[in-house]
Design a protein around this ligand. Structure first.
Ligand code: MN
Length: 723
């Protein structure tokens, strides 16, 4: 490996590589790979792959050290001390999260991928190391058990190969895909390989023939070129079979030719030569030189009917395009000494930044993974502005996505769209070649409904941003009015409160601006009365009377509705409604957390809308002493909602108990959100307490669960706490 690096980076001091190697091998000593080889074989192989990519010293060192923190007792601080900040950052980014922090393998996987993506944004070398790591693991996957093979191969094809594709690293992507395919569908894989193999001789003869013809024709035209013949790889044939629903015998263009020349002009020249010699297949000519793919891939593609009526595909590109299509983002480290990576605005990284923006909103690891997989899906549509600018969007993107891709102002003020001169709905799914004209109207604002059908994270984020800003404005307005009203009621003169006083109070609530204070009031986060007490203590009446029916007047109910809608999300809306259908905002009280089927009662709060309690809630008796604040509420018709409920189980402390409890839940097909079990000594009897939060659809289901748990021998008591 040192010889290899010496060759590509003659000026570099190689001592750090030796130190890293010794450090890693000392710490991995006695560990073995599943193949039975010493563990160190793996990090060394990874660093070889990175050296072959001509990556820089930091990356190769990281390759040697990448598993030390994950698999040995070495900490990231030790790496930082010995190898510096950059290496430590890369090793950390490539290290999976600890097993101990997660209940499930899936959550751990999802959160580890999220961590890796975040690390990539600061240093793209993290993912290059991860891809090299994955490549070597895939090459040696044969030693693992079948279920691990399947799991790792699936993750490779769903996450790592698409990331390599996004970064333009064609060579790595292709190898990952073919390796993963081999394990995911061994039968199909063998069938395709056999089919290709059986025609090997005739394929080779045919390729040699056209290769020679093309070389001669190009020479005659004075176009310098390398001409390569190749058989398509197994995975791409497989995708074609699946996509077009055909059998392997019906895949006619297994063969392909690649022409690599010196200039763009000669690329088009070569295309002319090919089309002059053989008939092009209509609809198969693609110009990725004029319109590069988002990962910067460039080439001309065509399919022609060759000699003996055999069709084949031709790709034409320059040397530079070829290098970029094979190495992608890794090409940056190759020739430029001292250059640390691609430019800030590189499209291949821009998607990553967007991704990091939207992932913040996603708490649920499963949701995160599902969205990531869609996001990585490489299919895209090419659309145009009326002036001919190309806008590349993901499949199923809409005119709204298009508008935001042009400019956020265009998106925000979009009121309609025309495709090729005809008006289309905003939900229209754009197709390749659509010429899209966006109609805008000043002062128009995006609609919440758009969030239901936009495809790009960019559009989604901009829409959310505007909606939040408008709602904030409204909240500030409400907050101001609310404060005035409360001041009038208490006889406090607002004019006497200085700006400095307001600022001081804002600081008490953790805000630096007075607007934030008003907004907080409007959202119902704190009470006007408390603010007045803080801002003008001297003016407050000694015992200010309780408001009589503050929230029942229509205006305030509407304000409160607004505030609660903002604050509570799905917590009540659409699940519970006020009898008679008044439009107010409503939320389920946290203390008793009523679920569908519970008898419920509403309580009109000040500024926060209507709290819904279970009738059995101990708070209800004390809260509802003011009869005029009661309001009748009822469950909305079931809409497949699910409720999180806390359950406390007291049991004998015996092996297998937890297992029996959880199998009750899986029989009911419900989820466990959290679970905590501990030994407890109670009134002299040794036992255990299990606290869990589970998802249920309604009270009936909960009752079934509780009954089933009670039937388990050794379960003493099952309780749903109401406080
Ligand atoms: Mn590894």
């Amino acid at each position: 490996m040192l010889n290899k690096v010496r060759e590509i980076r003659p000026k570099e001091d190689l001592a750090p590589l030796e130190t890293a190697y010794r450090f890693a091998s000392r710490n991995h000593t006695l560990q073995l790979r599943s193949s039975g080889e010493p563990y160190m074989v793996h990090p060394l192989a990874v660093s070889h792959i990175l050296a072959d990519m001509r990556m820089d010293m930091v990356t190769i060192e990281t390759g040697l050290l990448h598993d030390v923190v994950e698999d040995t007792s070495v900490t990231i601080e030790e790496i930082r001390r010995q190898f510096g900040e950059e290496v430590a950052r890369c090793v950390d980014g490539a290290t999976k999260l600890s097993k101990l922090d997660f209940f499930s393998k899936e959550d751990r996987q999802a959160e580890s991928v999220r961590k890796m993506l975040l690390a990539m944004v600061t240093d793209i070398r993290v993912i290059i190391v991860k891809l090299a790591d994955r490549l070597h693991n895939m090459r040696t996957l044969g030693y693992l058990s079948p279920d691990r093979q399947e799991r790792i191969a699936r993750e490779t094809i769903e996450i790592y190969a698409p990331i390599a594709h996004r970064l333009g690293m064609g060579k790595v992507r292709v190898e990952l895909e073919d390796l993963a395919f081999q394990y995911l569908d061994p039968v199909q894989y063998q069938e395709i390989v056999k089919a290709i193999d059986s025609q090997r001789r005739s394929n080779e003869e045919f390729l040699a023939e056209i290769q020679q013809t093309v070389t001669e024709e190009l020479k005659a035209e004075g176009i310098p070129a390398r001409v390569q013949g190749r058989v398509k790889r197994a995975y791409s044939v497989y995708q074609k079979i699946k996509r077009q629903k055909i059998t392997i015998d019906q895949v006619y263009d297994l063969l392909a030719l690649r022409i690599i020349t010196d200039s763009v002009k000669n690329c088009y020249g070569a295309l002319g030569v090919i089309h002059n010699k053989w008939h092009p297949v209509p609809g198969r000519i693609k110009d990725f030189i004029a319109i590069p793919r988002p990962n910067r891939y460039q080439s001309l593609h065509t399919s022609v009917l060759g000699p003996h009526g055999h069709p084949f595909e031709v790709q034409i590109r320059t040397e530079e395009m070829h290098r970029i299509s094979e190495e992608g983002i890794a090409a940056h480290w190759k020739y430029k000494e001292g250059k640390t990576g691609p430019a800030e605005d590189d499209q291949r990284i821009a998607w990553l930044r967007h991704l990091v923006e939207w992932q913040r909103d996603m708490q649920d690891p499963t949701e995160f993974m599902a969205t990531l997989k869609v996001e990585l899906y490489p299919e895209e549509v090419y659309t145009f502005t009326p002036r001919g600018r190309v806008i590349v969007l993901p499949r199923d993107a809409t005119p709204i996505d298009f508008a935001y891709a042009i400019h956020s102002d265009v998106g925000n003020t979009c009121v309609g769209a025309k495709v090729s001169g005809r008006i289309v709905p905003l939900r229209y799914l754009l197709k390749n070649g659509d010429i899209v004209e966006i109609m805008t109207q000043q002062n128009h604002l995006p609609s919440k409904d758009w969030l239901l059908f936009v495809k790009t994270p960019r559009a989604r984020n901009k829409i959310k941003h505007v909606i939040n800003a408008t709602e904030r404005e409204k909240a500030i307005e409400i907050g101001e009015k609310y404060l005035e009203k409360e001041a009038r009621r208490l006889g406090v003169e607002l004019a006497k409160i200085s700006k400095a006083d307001y600022e001081r109070v804002a600081a008490v609530y953790g805000h630096s601006k007075i607007e934030d204070l008003y907004a907080g009031l409007g959202y119902g986060r704190f009470s006007a009365r408390d603010i007045l007490r803080n801002a003008a203590p001297a003016q407050m009446p000694a015992d200010a009377p309780e408001p009589r029916r503050p929230a029942r007047d229509a205006e305030q109910a509407a304000e409160a509705a607004q505030a609660a809608r903002l604050a509570s999300g799905r917590n009540g809306e659409g699940i519970v409604k006020v009898k008679g259908g008044e439009d107010v905002m409503i939320y389920r009280a946290k203390c008793c957390n009523p679920i569908r089927g519970d008898a419920i009662i509403g309580y009109v709060t000040r500024g926060k809308g209507i709290a819904v309690h279970a009738v059995a809630c101990p708070n209800v008796q004390s809260l509802l002493y003011e009869v005029e604040r009661r309001i009748d509420v009822e469950w909305e018709r079931a809409a497949g909602d699910c409720f999180q409920v806390k359950v406390i189980v007291r049991t004998d402390d015996r092996p297998g108990m937890l297992n029996q409890l959880t199998s009750v839940l899986s029989n009911e097909d419900t989820n466990i959100r959290t679970l905590e079990a501990r030994a407890a000594e109670e009134t002299g009897h040794y036992g255990a307490i299990v606290e869990m939060t589970v998802d249920v659809r309604d009270k009936k289901q909960l009752e079934r669960l509780v009954a089933a748990m009670r039937r388990i021998s050794g379960v003493r008591d099952v309780e749903r706490p109401m406080n």
